[in-house]
Structures are given as structure tokens and as C-alpha cells.
Design a protein around this ligand. Structure first.
Ligand code: ADP
Length: 600
């Protein structure tokens, strides 16, 4: 469908609005919804790997068995797994303070543990809690234990790979674990580039690592107390990178993750697996979200503007589907996209484009329908109104040709009749075209001043022969020097129509009275008859096109039911109204109420 320039601009503006709204939504609620979507996607599409790590757990039973003495428990645990020859042992416990009675034993255990990694903690972003030197010297590395909980929902999805203060840089515990277990170096690209660890390149420009949490298969976990009970279970740790840490439920070192509440040591182990299997989830840059959303909006706009019918709906469905599932598809390719931005852009633009199109199409259909009806009515009007003069012309001309010796007087009379009727026909055509243009809004009403009395006399004279045939007397009381401003020809049509109706719908031997008065700044031109009349229900309908009362149909008078609708149109265009008083069997009174010209 062709659209106007204005429609195109409105349409484009609405779609731009949809796009901006989508961006605003993603700013307001984006993070919450995107986080939620991210967690679901992570659970729906977990990484698949065979764990390279295992957890030596300090659980509730271990605490009880060792009288809540963490260091004794670790000492015992390390001794029990030594024979299994783990690749590396990472102790996720801060050992910054002295506990004199047990530290000697722990130090001895550390000294016998190859590839030991200890933990550090940065307090207030400035001060480090470092392992006691006596422990530190047995370790090949020290790694920090910081996770990066989301600042909105406090769920831990990432860890920071690096923590740096003025003098000290500490890599993450998991990253040190990887280095030590692989026996390689950590080679960062400075400043803030990717990090190379052996053959693995970690995309870590922001130094933040998204953890690819995997619930299945679980990272093997054996508690120190369980090892005591079942020493053979130490084989679990053979060749593994062992994370030692607190897993008890009342530990302070627990965090919410996409997999639920997990102990810190498990989070480090999951981060280690992420690094070890190079399962990196990379955040798409923000501009990609915005461009993708913009493409969806543009596609929706074009689909509804240029693709016809059902195909547009099919494309819309594809757009909705694309906006809804592409973030997941990207996710399966390790690219983390905003979910809310394309999703809301797709839905908002499709809904708005569809609604607008629907509105435009419906409006165009309504207009076409009105046009068709109007055209049909015009045809009816033409055939109805033109029949009378045509019949007269036809009849007279036939008579002239058939009777060669017709008296001169009669011939002249007929020629005059033909002349006047054809003039009337011409006037009618002119008027018909005017009414057409008037209702199409293409014509400016003529604004001429004319005498009301004059107009009334002309019309009454024209209707008189019709009335005489039915022995109906027409009384007329034309006003003196009352003027109206407007289109005289159209007003003539209106008044003439009321007169012919009055004659048509009255029995023989009755009277029709036409008069005009001035009242409250209005000229009231009325036509009163003693005819068949109408009830109130019928009066309400007579201005509808093609409506005729039952009595009118039965009266035998020819009619189409259009005349009054045109009269109403003409009067309305002149700023006037029509009043009708009528009672069945008692006659009707039609009054045209027209604004009198000021000063007249
Ligand atoms: P038409 O006269 O060609 O049927 P109009 O639009 O002029 O069409 O009138 C519509 C209908 O209104 C008529 O068919 C008739 O039923 C009713 N009507 C109009 N004028 C009168 C009247 N003076 N007396 C009774 N009925 C009338």
C-alpha cells in the first residue's frame, strides 16, 4: 500500500521510539533480567569436561573430629593424600595468624607437599593478609581468593584474575593452581591484555573471568574425616589438582552462584576447571547488543511496511524468535550477549509496527468502503433524478417527429419544453458534480447572497405541476427581503426536495404550506404537509441513505431514499440544521434552520 510521507515519518518515529524504549528498559531492568537469563543459559548449556581437580573438604564432621582445629585437620588431610601424589595442592585457607600449638605440625606437612599453593587476601583494597613466612617458604605460589559478586544481586559469576596494590600483584588462586599443576609460566600482555598460561590464552582484558560453572560431572569431594574412615578413598586425588578448604554449611566463606550456594573452595575449583579446559565465556561489547537490537527493529519496520499480508507475519515471527533465542545461540558459542536488549527491541518493534500497519490498513479500508458507498449512491441519484427530464425530452421529441402536421403552437410548446428540460438536466448534472465534490471535500461552497423569497418562488413554481396532478394546493408565504449567503443552486435543490416529498407523500386534495421566518439569528424555511407522516423511530432514520418508510414504499411514489441525505449534507455544509416534526397520518413539517448573514 502506498503511504504518504507523513505516514512514513510517523512510522519511522514510532519504531525509533520502540528502539529507544528497548534501550531504556535494558538500562533500568537490564542487569537483573540479563543476570537471570545468564544463569538459566549457563544451567541449560553447561560445559562438559572431566574434572582435573578434587576437593579435600573440611566439613562439619571434620570440624567435630578435630575439635574445630582447622590447621590440625589440614595437617592430617595432607598426610593422607600424599601417597596419591596429587599434581598440586591449593590451600584455600588464610594462614596469616600464628596458632603456636599446631603450626609446627602444619609446617612439616607443607614441607612434604610438593607444588603447594597458599592463599592471600587483600583487606580494604590495600593491606594484604599473607601466609606466615614459615608456611610461605614451602609454597611455590600464593594466590588471592577474591571472587567478584555481582553488585546488584550479589551472585558470584566471576572472579578477578589479578589483584594488585602498589608493590604486590597476586594472581587468582585458581590461576596459580593452573600454572603450578601445568608447570608453566603466567605471561600477561601488559597493560591489561590477554594472559598466556602455557598453551592457553585467557581472554582477560578486564582481568575478570566468568566461571563456567558445571554441576555435572561434580568435582570429586572427599572430607578429611571421610579419608580417616576410608583411607582407600585417597585414590580420588591421584594426579589431581587438590583444593583444600572449608565446605561446612555455617562457613562464612560461602557464596551464591548460578548453581546455588557454594563454598568458596568449590568456586575456586570451578574457576580452575574453567581455565584448565579453556571454557571462556566472553562478554560481547555493548555496541554489538545495540546494533543487533537496531537490526531487529529495522527488519520489523521493513517487514510491515513492504512485505504484503501473511508473509509479513511470518517475518515478524522470525524476528521475534531471533530476538528471543539469538542470545542463547551466541551463548552456546561462548559469547555473552544482553538478553533484554534484543528481546525487548524485537517485541516492541513488532508490536508497534503491526499495530500501526493494522491502523493504517483499517483506515484505508474504511475510506475505500465509504468511497464505494458514496459512488453507488451517486449513481442511484443520477438515475433517479435524471429520469424525469429525460422522459419529458424523449416523449416530446418523439411526438414532434411522429405528428408531422402538429399545430405550430403545440410544436413550439414542445420545443420549449425540450429546451427547458435539457437545461434542467444540465443544471442537475452541474449540481450532482458539485455535491460529489462537496462530499469529497474538494469544493469550496459558493458564497453568494440571494433572496430567500426568490428561491422559494422558483422552487414552488417548479413543483406546482406535480401538485396540481394530485389536486394539492401549495400555500406560500415568502418573506420580503430576507437574504441567505451560500450556494443558491444547492439550497434550491434542498428546498425543492422538501417540496416534492411533501407532495409525494400526501394524499390528494390536501395542502402544502411553505414559509420562512427569521428567529434568533437564523432563517427558518419550513414545508408543512398533511400527508402520511412518520413516527419518531422513522424520523430518526430518514436521513440515512436509501432508507424509506414502509408507508412511503406502499404509497406507490417513486423514490430512492437518497434525497434527504443530500439535503442534510447541503444544509450542514451551510452551517445549518434540519428539524422534523411528524406524526403518522397527520402530516410532517420539515424546517431548514440556516444562519442568517450578519447585519442582514
Ligand atoms: P425518497 O423520497 O426518494 O424516498 P428521501 O431521502 O427524500 O427519498 O426521503 C426519505 C424517506 O423519508 C422517504 O422515502 C419517506 O419515507 C420519508 N419522507 C420524506 N419526506 C416525507 C414527508 N414529507 N412525509 C412523509 N414521509 C417523508
Amino acid at each position: 500500500m502506498r503511504r504518504t510521507r507523513r505516514q512514513n515519518v510517523t512510522y519511522a518515529a514510532l519504531l525509533a521510539g520502540a528502539f529507544l524504549l528497548a534501550l531504556a528498559l535494558s538500562l533500568w531492568f537490564g542487569q537483573t533480567i540479563d543476570n537471570n537469563a545468564y544463569d538459566r543459559m549457563l544451567r541449560a548449556h553447561p560445559p562438559h569436561w572431566t574434572p582435573e581437580s578434587a576437593i579435600l573438604a573440611i566439613d562439619e564432621r571434620t570440624y567435630t573430629a578435630f575439635h574445630t582445629n582447622l590447621r590440625s585437620a589440614i595437617t592430617d588431610g595432607l598426610a593422607r593424600i600424599a601417597a596419591a601424589k596429587p599434581k598440586a595442592v591449593i590451600v584455600d585457607v588464610i594462614l596469616a595468624a600464628q596458632v603456636p600449638e599446631v603450626d609446627d605440625a602444619l609446617e612439616r606437612a607443607f614441607s612434604k607437599t610438593p607444588n603447594l599453593v597458599l592463599a592471600s587476601l587483600l583487606l580494604d583494597g590495600r593491606n594484604w593478609e599473607w601466609p606466615l613466612e614459615r608456611f610461605r617458604r614451602h609454597a611455590v605460589a600464593v594466590g588471592h581468593v577474591h571472587a567478584e559478586p555481582d553488585d546488584q544481586d550479589q551472585v558470584t559469576r566471576s572472579i578477578s584474575l589479578e589483584k594488585t596494590t602498589d608493590r604486590v600483584r597476586s594472581w587468582a588462586l585458581s590461576l596459580e593452581g593452573l600454572r603450578v599443576s601445568r608447570g608453566v609460566q603466567i605471561v600477561p600482555q601488559e597493560p591489561a591484555g590477554d594472559i598466556q598460561v602455557g598453551g592457553t590464552t585467557i581472554p582477560a582484558r578486564s582481568r575478570i573471568l566468568r566461571i563456567s560453572f558445571a554441576a555435572q560431572p561434580p568435582i570429586p569431594r572427599v572430607s578429611i574425616q571421610a579419608l580417616k574412615d576410608h583411607p582407600e578413598s585417597s585414590s580420588v586425588f591421584t594426579g589431581k589438582t587438590v583444593f583444600v578448604g572449608d565446605t561446612s554449611l555455617n562457613s562464612v566463606d560461602r557464596k551464591m552462584t548460578p548453581l546455588g550456594d557454594l563454598p568458596g573452595v568449590e568456586i575456586h575449583a570451578q574457576a580452575f576447571e574453567t581455565l584448565a579446559h579453556a571454557s571462556f565465556l566472553v562478554d560481547a561489547p555493548r555496541w554489538m547488543d545495540v546494533v543487533f537490537a537496531a537490526l531487529l527493529v529495522i527488519a520489523a519496520g521493513f517487514a510491515f511496511a513492504y512485505v504484503p499480508g501473511w508473509q509479513a507475519n511470518v517475518i515478524a515471527a522470525v524476528i521475534l524468535l531471533t530476538g528471543s533465542i539469538m542470545p542463547y545461540v551466541f551463548f552456546t558459542h561462548n559469547l555473552v550477549f544482553s538478553f533484554i536488549t534484543p528481546f525487548s527491541a524485537a517485541w516492541l518493534s513488532v508490536v508497534i509496527a503491526a499495530a500501526y500497519e493494522h491502523l493504517v490498513v483499517r483506515r484505508a479500508l474504511r475510506r475505500a468502503e465509504a468511497e464505494r458507498v458514496r459512488y453507488q449512491q451517486s449513481l442511484h441519484f443520477v438515475t433517479h433524478e435524471m429520469r424525469t427530464p429525460l422522459t419529458a425530452i424523449q416523449g416530446s421529441s418523439e411526438l414532434i417527429t411522429r405528428y408531422a402536421n402538429m399545430p405550430e403552437e403545440k410544436r413550439k410548446q414542445m420545443a420549449l419544453l425540450i429546451n427547458s428540460e435539457s437545461k434542467r438536466l444540465a443544471r442537475m448534472i452541474e449540481m450532482f458534480l458539485n455535491v460529489e465534490r462537496l462530499s469529497a471535500g474538494q469544493m469550496e461552497l459558493k458564497k453568494e447572497s440571494f433572496e430567500v423569497g426568490d428561491l422559494m418562488t422558483t422552487c414552488v413554481d417548479r413543483v406546482r405541476p406535480l401538485a396540481e396532478r394530485k389536486n394539492i394546493r401549495i400555500h406560500m408565504d415568502p418573506p420580503q427581503h430576507e437574504c441567505l449567503a451560500g450556494d443558491r443552486e444547492l439550497m434550491e435543490y434542498a428546498f425543492y426536495n422538501l417540496l416534492t416529498n411533501a407532495v409525494k407523500y400526501s394524499p390528494q386534495q390536501t395542502e402544502v404550506t411553505a414559509g420562512a421566518t427569521r428567529q434568533n439569528g437564523h432563517i427558518r424555511i419550513s414545508v408543512q404537509d398533511q400527508g402520511i407522516g412518520m413516527d419518531q423511530k422513522e424520523v430518526r432514520k430518514i436521513f440515512q441513505k436509501f432508507y424509506r418508510t414502509k408507508k412511503a414504499e406502499e404509497s406507490g411514489e417513486v423514490g430512492t431514499g437518497i434525497g434527504l441525505s443530500i439535503v442534510e449534507q447541503i444544509v450542514t455544509q451551510h452551517g445549518g440544521t434540519i428539524e422534523v416534526k411528524s406524526r403518522p397520518g397527520e402530516g410532517s413539517c420539515f424546517t431548514l434552520v440556516l444562519p442568517a448573514p450578519s447585519g442582514g
